[in-house]
Ligand binder design. Structure first.
Ligand code: GTP
Ligand code: SPV
Ligand code: MN
Length: 599
C-alpha cells in the first residue's frame, strides 16, 4: 500500500508501534497521512469489500452508508473500565479492574488479533493543531472504518507528527475490532467480537487507552469519549482545568452582545440540537462551536475559556429533520458517513422522524423494509459523522486556539415529569449540586443501560475517568478559583410530557426563549421568583411571542411540585451515601439547604 507519510523520528511512538505490531501480528502496517486521497482510497476499498455503500452522488455527494453488526450499535458501559491501582480512585460509578490483571486478559486477546488485517497508525490532535489547550493522541486500529471516521472527527496525519517532533508526548490509543482472519477466510462486513470479549479500558495513571472488540462510535473512535473525556477529565483534575460532556454555542442578542454557553445533557438528550439552534425570537442569533465535548481553562483575565477538541459531529440521526434541526440537515448534505440508517430506493438515507415519509428500502440490518414492516428502519442510535466546518452556523471562532469565554453553564436531562422547564442556581455551589444530582431517562446511546431513570451527574456518568466525588470536589475548587468570574448555572428540562404522553414544551428553536431569559438574568434585567429549586421565571418573564402555547401548559412547565421533590430527597441521600467519606462537605450542605427550602 502507498504511504505518503514522512517517517517520524519520535522515539516513544516508534517503540510503541513496534511493540503493538509484535503483539497484534498484522499483515501490514500503514501510517495515515490524513489526506483526501487516503480517505477516498480507503472508502473505495470498503466499497469493494461490501462494507460500505456509496450514496447517490447527486443527492448526497461523497457520502457513504455503513451497517454495523446488530450487536455492535452503541457504547457498552458494562464493558468500559477505569483501571487504576486503587479501586477507590475509579470510584463507585465506574467499572474497575486491577491494571495488571486487565492487561494480562487483554494481552491474551490482542495476541495475533490483527492477523489478516492492516494495522493503521493515526496521529491525531484533539483541538486545533498547536493550540495550548490541544492534546495529541495516536490511535492504532485494524479498522478502516475507524480511520475514515477519525479523518472527520479529529485533525489527523502528517501535520500532527510535525507538532509531535522527536520528543513530543502523545496519548497511546490501541484499538482492534477483535476479529483476526485465518488464511483465506472471508471477512464479514462489520467484524467485531462477542460482548463478553469487548473491553473499553482506560489506564489514567499511564494515560493509555486499550479498546477491543467493538467497531462502534465511542468504543472505537478513541479520540472522543476515551481520550477527550475519560483520560482528559483525569488530566484536567491534576492540572486544574475541565474536560466536560458539553456543547458550546455563541448567542448574540439584538444589540450585538455575545454570550457563550456550555451545556451538559446526557447522551441523546439534545446537545447537537441546542448547539445548532435557530432562534425563533426576533433579532437573536446563534452560532455553533461544538456539539459534544468542551475543554476549558482559566484565561489570563480570570474567565473560563472553552475549546471544542473535535473537528466533526458524530450525531444522533433519528429525529433529525429540517423541522427539528435544519442546520444539521444542511451540514450532512455531503461528505458524510452514515451508520445504521435506512438505504432508500433512490440510494439516499432515511430515518424515523425525517421530514418526508419513506417509501421503503433496506433497513439498518440489511433487510428489505417498508414503513409497514412494523419495525424501525434506522437503529435508534443510528449516527452521522460529518465535518463541523460544513455547519452553516459554525462560529468564526470555533477553531480559535484560545477558546471562547463561557458566561453560562446549563445542566439538564430527559425527565417526562417533576423537573420544570428552567431554574437558575442560587450560587456556584448550588449549581454544582444541580449538576451532581441530574437524572435522566434511558436512551439508545448505550446498549446495556436497563434502568428507566438514572442519575447522570454532569452528563459524565459514563465518561468521568476518576472518582466522581473527587470530580465534584474539583468543580467546587474551580468555582473558588473563578470567584465572581464563574459562569452562572442553570438547569433545564425540554422533555416534560403531558398526561397524553405528548411533549409539553415545543423545544428545538423555541429553546431560544429560555436562553434569552438566562442572558437577561445574568444582566440583572429579568425578574425571577425564588423557589425551593432556585430562581425561576414567572410566565411574564419568558418571551412567548408568536408561540402557540396555552397558559395552563406553561404554568405546568413552571410549577414546583414540592411533594414530588420531597420524595426525591431520600433517593439523593442514598445516592450520596455511595461515595462515603469522599462526598464533599459542601455537597451535603447543599442537600440540607434544599431540604430546608422544601420545608
Ligand atoms: P450524544 O451525541 O449522544 O451525546 O447526544 P446529544 O445530546 O447531542 O443529543 P441530540 O441533540 O442528538 O438529541 C437526541 C434526541 O433528542 C433527538 O432525537 C432529538 O430530536 C431529541 N431532541 C433534541 N432537542 C430536543 C428538544 O428540545 N425537544 C424534544 N422534544 N426533543 C429534542
Ligand atoms: C454519546 O453516547 O454521548 C455520544 C456517542 O456522543 S458515542 O461517541 O458513541 O459515545
Ligand atoms: Mn456524547
Amino acid at each position: 500500500m502507498q504511504n505518503t507519510l514522512e517517517k517520524t523520528e519520535n522515539k516513544k511512538l516508534l517503540a510503541w508501534v513496534s511493540e503493538i505490531e509484535t503483539m497484534c501480528k498484522p499483515n501490514a502496517v500503514y501510517w495515515c497521512d490524513g489526506s483526501k486521497e487516503e480517505y477516498d482510497r480507503l472508502m473505495k476499498q470498503m466499497l469493494d469489500s461490501g462494507m460500505a455503500t456509496k450514496l447517490d452522488s447527486q443527492k448526497r455527494p461523497n457520502s457513504y452508508l455503513f451497517r454495523s453488526h446488530p450487536s455492535d450499535v452503541a457504547r457498552v458501559e458494562d464493558r468500559t473500565y477505569i483501571s487504576t491501582k486503587n479501586k477507590e480512585d475509579a470510584g463507585p460509578t465506574n467499572n474497575w479492574k486491577d491494571p495488571q490483571e486487565l492487561k494480562e486478559t487483554m494481552k491474551g486477546l490482542y495476541n495475533g488479533c490483527m492477523k489478516g488485517r492492516t494495522m493503521y497508525i493515526i496521529p491525531f490532535s484533539m483541538g486545533p493543531i498547536g493550540s495550548p489547550i490541544a492534546k495529541i493522541g495516536v490511535e492504532i486500529t485494524d479498522s478502516p472504518y475507524v480511520v475514515v471516521n477519525m479523518h472527520i472527527m479529529a485533525r489527523v496525519g502528517q501535520k500532527v507528527l510535525n507538532v509531535l517532533g522527536k520528543d513530543g508526548d502523545f496519548i497511546p490509543c490501541l484499538h482492534s475490532v477483535g476479529a483476526p482472519l485465518k488464511e483465506g477466510q472471508q471477512d464479514s462486513n462489520w467484524p467485531c467480537a462477542p460482548i463478553e470479549q469487548k473491553y473499553i479500558s482506560h489506564f489514567p495513571e499511564e494515560k493509555t487507552i486499550w479498546s477491543y472488540g467493538s467497531g462502534y462510535g465511542g468504543n472505537a473512535l478513541l479520540g472522543k469519549k476515551c481520550l477527550a473525556l475519560r483520560i482528559a477529565s483525569s488530566i484536567a483534575k491534576e492540572e486544574g482545568w475541565m474536560a466536560e460532556h458539553m456543547l458550546i454555542l455563541r448567542l448574540t442578542n439584538p444589540q450585538g452582545k455575545k454570550y457563550h454557553i456550555a451545556a451538559a445533557f446526557p447522551s441523546a438528550c439534545g446537545k447537537t440540537n441546542l448547539a445548532m439552534l435557530q432562534p425563533t425570537i426576533e433579532g437573536w442569533k446563534c452560532e455553533c462551536i461544538g456539539d459534544d465535548i468542551s475543554w476549558m481553562k482559566i484565561g489570563q483575565d480570570g474567565r473560563l475559556y472553552a475549546i471544542n477538541p473535535e473537528a466533526g459531529f458524530f450525531g444522533v440521526a433519528p429525529g433529525t429533520s429540517y423541522k427539528s434541526n435544519p442546520m444539521a440537515m444542511d451540514t450532512i448534505r455531503e461528505n458524510t458517513i452514515f451508520t445504521n440508517c435506512v438505504l432508500t430506493k433512490d440510494n439516499d438515507i432515511w430515518w424515523e422522524g425525517m421530514d418526508n415519509p419513506c417509501e421503503g428500502g433496506i433497513d439498518w440490518k440489511g433487510n428489505p423494509w417498508t414503513p409497514e414492516s412494523g419495525t424501525d428502519g434506522a437503529h435508534a442510535n443510528a449516527r452521522f459523522t460529518t465535518p463541523a466546518k460544513q455547519c452553516p452556523t459554525i462560529c468564526s471562532d470555533w477553531e480559535n486556539p484560545n477558546g471562547v469565554p463561557i458566561d453560562i453553564f446549563i445542566f439538564g436531562g430527559r425527565r417526562s415529569s417533576v423537573v420544570p422547564l428552567v431554574s437558575q442556581a442560587y450560587s456556584w455551589d448550588h449549581g454544582v449540586f444541580l449538576g451532581a444530582t441530574s437524572a435522566s431517562e434511558a436512551t439508545a446511546a448505550a446498549l446495556d443501560v436497563k434502568s428507566k431513570l438514572r442519575r447522570d451527574p454532569f452528563a459524565m456518568l459514563p465518561f468521568c475517568g476518576y472518582n466522581m466525588a473527587d470530580y465534584w470536589q474539583h468543580w467546587f475548587e474551580m468555582g473558588d478559583k473563578l470567584g465572581d468570574k464563574a459562569p452562572k448555572v442553570f438547569y433545564v428540562n425540554w422533555f416534560r410530557k403531558s398526561s397524553e404522553g405528548k411533549f409539553m414544551w415545543p423545544g428545538f428553536g423555541d429553546n431560544s426563549r429560555v436562553l434569552k431569559w438566562m442572558c437577561e438574568r445574568i444582566e440583572n434585567k429579568a425578574s425571577s421568583n425564588e423557589t425551593p429549586l432556585g430562581y425561576m421565571p414567572l410566565v411574564k418573564d419568558l418571551d412567548l411571542s408568536n408561540l402557540d402555547i396555552s397558559e395552563s401548559t406553561i404554568n405546568e412547565l413552571l410549577k414546583v411540585d414540592k411533594e414530588a421533590w420531597k420524595n426525591e430527597l431520600p433517593d439523593i441521600e442514598e445516592y450520596f451515601a455511595k461515595f462515603g467519606d469522599k462526598l464533599p462537605a459542601r455537597m451535603k450542605a447543599q442537600l440540607k439547604e434544599l431540604r430546608n427550602r422544601l420545608g
